[in-house]
Design a protein around this ligand. Structure first.
Ligand code: 3PG
Length: 391
């Protein structure tokens, strides 16, 4: 892949515009997981150390364009950066109407780019305004690489130099290693609530993997496709044929979907609900499946131990409630112990990794959610396309 790299450029006295993905979860006025900010810091400090004047921007949430709202402001992100950088940092909101000063070694954060009219539609006027601010554009927001917006794509058309940042390239390298050049056996674990949101990735992965492991609501649709009952569990009736096709495709290739023999049920989704393990054949009308049972999880653990490459997106049970967390916990710890190259991505996956405290034992934890899935589906991400074109 031919892409210019930030680390190869002469940045002295240059104005550098970095698009990061600082879209972090915030609750009650606090950042609950700063992972994306921490992952974005290396490119920022690299540019500052090399003597550049640095502007960074990001989206936060999905605000309405043209309307400022305090909840989606980057001010908490800026506070975080102030506490983690040895450089002066300031937030600039009105960069479009008022000229601002910036000198080498200074960092300016431009307010949430999704407040700007034309950002989502990748309007040329806005893209050109961004481009006029700097000499070099650094795309470091891998989590937003699947969006064709003015700050992720348009700016790269009009600026002198467009390159990839340190995080962007690390993400790309990890995804390519796991998905394009995997050591085998290769397994993928796809959990989460709905097949519909992950049908495309399930379909693509079923052409590649040696074993496909499904969990969460997705597993319920597959359990139905295997001919068992799921009681009152969430599943997607209309996608049962698609699940059957995936199972057939796997078996024709000599690949497999590990057997689900037992499940953990409750009658309603509640923090105090009693968990009952049942044989898959004994699930009754009013049961809801909230986790996989021990025998099913043991099968998954065996696959994990044999694997050389593990791709993981999504939990296999309702791990937010302890009585339904055992399956996800056991699986997460098995991935952490495995000798395979393990790649994990997606918001819920990161939450599980944090809950079971194994971040240092996963080979690569991606900051990306949607971009991770689209890359795994084999789609060309717009940010990669434009960076290659501008090489
Ligand atoms: C994400 O959270 O996946 C990225 O920051 C992209 O956000 P978006 O889906 O709002 O574009």
């Amino acid at each position: 892949m031919n892409i210019k790299r930030l680390v190869d450029l002469n940045l002295k006295d240059k104005r550098v515009f970095i698009r990061s993905d600082l879209n972090v979860p915030i609750q009650d006025g606090k950042i609950t997981s700063p992972k994306r900010i921490l992952a974005s810091i290396p490119s920022i400090t690299f540019a500052l150390q090399k003597g550049a004047s640095v502007m960074v921007t990001s989206h936060l949430g999905r605000p309405e364009e043209g309307k400022f709202n305090d909840n989606d402001s980057l001010k908490l992100v800026v506070e975080f950066l102030k506490n983690h950088l040895d450089y002066p940092v300031r937030l600039v909101s009105d960069w479009d109407s008022k000229p601002f000063d910036i000198t080498p070694g200074q960092l300016i954060v431009l307010e949430n780019c999704r407040f700007n009219i034309g950002e989502k539609r990748n309007e040329e006027v806005l893209a050109k305004k961004y481009a006029s601010l700097a000499d070099i554009f650094v795309m470091d927001a891998f989590g937003t690489a699947h969006r064709k917006e003015a700050s992720t794509y348009g700016i790269a058309e009009y600026i002198d130099i467009a390159c990839a940042g340190i995080l962007f390239l690390a993400e790309l390298e990890a995804l390519e290693k796991a998905l394009l050049n995997p050591s085998r056996p290769m397994i993928a674990i796809v959990g989460g609530s709905k097949v519909s949101s992950k049908l495309s990735i399930l379909d693509t992965l079923s052409d590649k993997v040696d074993q496909l492991i499904v969990g969460g609501g997705i597993a319920n649709t597959f359990i139905k496709a295997m001919g068992f009952e799921v009681g009152s569990s969430m599943y997607e009736e209309e996608l049962v044929p698609a699940a059957k096709k995936i199972i057939d495709k796997l078996s024709k290739r000599g690949a497999s979907l590990p057997v689900i023999s037992d499940v953990v049920c409750g009658k309603k989704l509640d923090a105090n609900e009693r968990a009952i393990t049942k044989n898959i054949k004994d699930v009754s009308q009013d049961d809801m499946i909230f986790d996989l049972g021990k025998d099913s999880v043991d099968e998954i653990v065996k696959c994990i131990h044999n694997a050389k490459t593990i791709i993981w997106n999504g939990p296999i049970g309702v791990f937010e409630f302890d009585q339904f967390a055992k399956g996800t916990e056991t699986m997460t710890k098995a991935i952490a112990d495995a000798s395979a190259f393990s790649l994990a991505g997606g918001g819920d996956t990161i939450a599980a990794i944090e809950k079971f405290n194994v971040a240092n034992d996963i080979s690569y934890v991606s900051t990306a959610g949607g971009a991770f899935l689209e890359f795994a589906e084999g789609k060309k991400l717009p940010a990669i396309e434009i960076l290659e074109r501008r090489f």
